[in-house]
Design a protein. Structure first.
Length: 100
């Protein structure tokens, strides 16, 4: 009999994995290989979690890339440099959060 090597992770575990990948500086494929994670499963979970806010669309009608709807605040904590998050809520209404 073969060994079932599947690891079942919940949403919190995947969010932590995505934060680790961001902090590592490795490309997704390198990180997945190093961690023993199936790249297809990694991609599907990333799409699932990113899609919660805006749906599966990743490009605008003009073909330009749309900003990702998911920001992992845990990943921002691991970054030691300055960062800024800007949310355009409505025309002329911008919420800006920064760490210097």
């Amino acid at each position: 009999m073969g060994i079932d090597r599947r690891v079942h992770r919940d949403e919190a575990a995947w969010r932590e994995i995505f934060a680790r990948q961001e902090a590592s500086g490795l490309r997704r494929s390198q990180f997945c290989r190093q961690e023993g994670i199936n790249p297809g499963v990694f991609r599907r979970w990333r799409e699932k979690l990113n899609g919660e806010a805006q749906g599966p669309t990743r490009r605008s009608r003009t073909g330009s890339k749309v900003a990702e709807p998911f920001i992992d605040m845990g990943a921002l904590q691991t970054v030691r440099s300055r960062w800024e998050v800007r949310l355009e809520l409505a025309p002329g209404v911008v919420l800006s959060i920064a760490r210097s």
